[in-house]
Design a protein around this ligand. Structure first.
Ligand code: PEP
Ligand code: MN
Length: 355
């Protein structure tokens, strides 16, 4: 249950809400959270009796009470019906147009990331990605350049005119990475690292939250809830495939979750067809499929010389393929929009986008 505090409520009115919550919801210590919908108190599911709910509704400091059947609350579309749009640079993630984020798996050198940034920009990507703190399965694999890598990424982004996203793995590095990066990425392996989620929740930077490779949609939304509950409203979900039994692909891309999340949450949803498939030939078709399923955009691994990439070369596309992916994403998206609006000349509209 979410209790929304009336704007301009006095400290006494706020205290009255907290007192009722503390008395009614066994052991619950009420702390208010600042959200895009105003100041709220969140209660665990089932914690408030109908009597408590009625008392809360009668208080002058209460704007509205939103009963929720789900354990995630701030992430729920019932709490916030309007979509969250995350603004970064010129990109509007969750807005009208699909956003493509592209760049190498890892920042390798100043020259490599600058060349990648320029290629990403020329291909129509709106955000540059690049890993500097790499969560590698093997301790002997290339671990990334660390903070120096984030600096090189930031320089390359600035030179190409693109905002940047990079992964942060430890709470202690959040401030330093946030000072340089426009979006903080939480990797699949860290989706349930709660101290890290809380730390990025206290940052003012948007957070790209990848789905844990064995996480249910509900666990993923609860991970997002940790970030929202710390007062950071700009969470972007990213489906990157879940573990399956078939070694033909690196993971199993769960596209079903895309329209499902559209019903459950107001948060924007991106898809990463690179880590989902592990194969560069599959990135273009599955990227387009993700847009057709309603994704707000894509994040893909692109390297100016894919075969030379120090990490994830097999799933890394070249700049020409990225350009195709961006163009086709817009074509597919425009076709769906035109059809939904019963556009009289949908073919014309699609052709105008396919530049
Ligand atoms: C990445 O995007 O660089 C990455 C490591 O992805 P994931 O966390 O999805 O494996
Ligand atoms: Mn990678």
């Amino acid at each position: 249950m979410v209790v929304v505090v009336r704007e301009g409520a006095s400290p006494e009115e706020r205290d009255a809400i907290a007192r009722i919550l503390a008395s009614g919801a066994g052991g619950y210590i009420p702390t208010s959270i600042h959200t895009s919908q105003g100041e709220v108190f969140c209660l665990p599911r089932g914690a408030a009796t109908p009597e408590i709910e009625a008392q809360l509704r009668s208080l002058s400091g209460v704007e509205r009470v939103v009963p929720l059947a789900t354990p995630y609350q701030l992430a729920s579309r019932t709490f916030q019906p309007g979509k969250t749009i995350v603004h970064v640079g010129e990109a509007r993630i969750g807005g009208e147009e699909p956003v493509v984020i592209a760049g190498p798996c890892s920042v390798e050198s100043e020259e490599q990331i600058l060349e990648a940034a320029r290629a990403a920009r020329a291909a129509g990507a709106q955000v540059l990605r690049g890993g500097a703190f790499k969560p590698r399965t093997s301790p002997y694999a290339f671990q990334g350049l660390g903070l120096r890598g984030v600096e090189l990424l930031a320089q390359a982004g600035a030179a190409a005119g693109l905002p940047i996203v990079t992964e942060v793995m430890e709470p202690g590095y959040v401030a330093e990475v946030a000072a340089l990066s426009d979006i903080l990425q939480i990797g699949s392996r860290n989706m349930q690292n709660y101290p890290l989620l809380r730390a990025v929740g206290r940052s003012t930077r948007p957070v790209l939250l990848k789905r844990g490779f064995a996480a249910t949609v509900e666990e993923w939304l609860l991970a997002a809830e940790y970030i929202l509950a710390e007062g950071n409203p700009n969470v972007i979900l990213c489906e990157r495939g879940v573990r399956s039994y078939d070694p033909q692909t690196r993971n199993l891309l769960d596209l079903t979750c895309v329209p499902l999340l559209g019903e459950l949450t107001h948060l924007p949803v991106l898809v990463d067809p690179s880590h989902a498939t592990g194969k560069r030939e599959l990135v273009l078709p599955m990227g387009i499929a993700a847009i057709a399923a309603g994704a707000d955009g894509l994040i893909v691994e692109m390297h100016p010389h894919p075969d030379e990439a120090l990490s994830d070369a097999a799933q890394t596309i070249d700049p020409a393929t990225l350009r195709q992916l961006v163009r086709r994403s817009h074509v597919v998206h425009a076709a769906l929009v035109a059809d939904a609006a019963e556009h009289t000349n949908a073919t014309e509209l699609v052709r105008s986008v396919d530049r």
